[in-house]
Write a protein that binds this ligand. Structure first.
Ligand SMILES: Nc1ncnc2c1ncn2[C@@H]1O[C@H](COP(=O)(O)OP(=O)(O)OP(=O)(O)O)[C@@H](O)[C@H]1O
Length: 279
């Protein structure tokens, strides 16, 4: 369980809190998608989960954040990182090795995983991200998308109970983004891992997330199932969230009393719904 209780945070260099009065409970095994406009505070929320706030970025911390019962202020960054695996936005800054396999080994050795478990953990992590063929490649020779998969694999190898990912598909084309979310979701299901992912593509998020959190100006505007959130497409658009046009269209037809089916998330869904409307 991840629990934010009336959490607010002001970076030491900032004038005012950039996230305010955040109260949110994320149950174990939940797949949470966080989205919102640029600068709304999404990354700051992830830093509060993985302990970067307040351990690396000091400032005024109000309220509390607990992860699996650990208070992130009172617990050391090392102890938090045994529970929370993070993939940050700047993948290059996260890479510490020159070869893919070494990158995965690095974390396992640092966390003192028993030597006899290590080969299987490396194999499983590479397979989970579908990058077994990259094992011996140098990191420098990889594309941005491949690096993102390596970064996720390195974290998955540590088998954290919570995974925090900040825009893990930013460098990927739509098909590869879907593939990464498929792999992530499958991994999370099989290991009962809680996943918190910041992602701009709300349509993609909606297909995987149990809960969508919409952040605006440092506050949570919506925190609910994807369908319940997407039902507010006009408000989402006003907040700068990139709502699928298919959703906006069907919600508009709903407002006119012409459609009363489930929330539509994509063109395929709209096609099915429109057939019913026109029948
Ligand atoms: N280390 C820092 N020191 C001071 N202010 C910061 C720091 N990091 C972020 N901020 C400020 O906090 C606010 C929220 O930033 P944050 O990165 O959490 O938003 P975001 O929604 O993740 O943005 P983006 O989508 O651009 O990554 C912004 O105004 C940003 O300038």
């Amino acid at each position: 369980m991840i629990e934010f209780k009336e959490f607010s945070f002001r970076y030491r260099e900032g004038e005012a809190p950039v996230v305010r009065d955040i109260t949110l409970s994320i149950p174990d095994g939940c797949f949470v998608g966080i989205t919102g406009a640029a600068g709304s505070g999404k990354s700051t929320l992830t830093y509060a989960i993985n302990g970067i706030i307040p351990h690396c970025y000091p400032g005024d911390f109000y309220g509390s954040v607990t992860v699996e019962g650990l208070d992130t202020v009172e617990t050391s960054l090392t102890d938090i990182s045994r529970v929370v695996g993070s993939v940050c936005q700047d993948i290059d800054s996260q890479m510490v090795s020159t070869v893919v396999e070494d990158e995965i080994l690095y974390g396992l050795e640092n966390f003192a995983v028993p030597k006899d478990e290590i080969p299987a953990r490396v194999d499983e992590a590479l397979a989970a991200m579908g990058i077994a063929d990259l094992r011996d490649r140098t990191i420098d020779s990889l594309s941005g998308g491949q690096k993102q998969k390596v970064a996720v694999a390195s974290v998955i190898a540590l088998q954290p109970r919570v995974l925090v990912l900040d825009e893990p598909t930013a460098e990927l084309d739509p098909a590869s983004s879907v593939a990464v979310f498929d792999l992530l979701a499958r991994y999370a299901r099989e290991h009962n891992t809680t996943v918190v992912v910041v992602e701009q593509k709300i349509a993609l998020l909606s297909d995987y997330a149990d809960m969508l959190v919409i952040v605006d100006g440092g506050c949570i505007r919506f925190g609910d199932t994807p369908d319940a959130v997407l039902a507010h497409s006009d408000e989402l658009l006003a907040l700068g969230v990139n709502v699928p046009r298919a959703t906006t269209l069907m919600n508009a037809l709903g407002a006119q009393g012409l459609y009363d089916g489930p929330t539509v998330r994509n063109v395929a869904g709209a096609a099915v719904a429109l057939k019913e409307v026109l029948a």
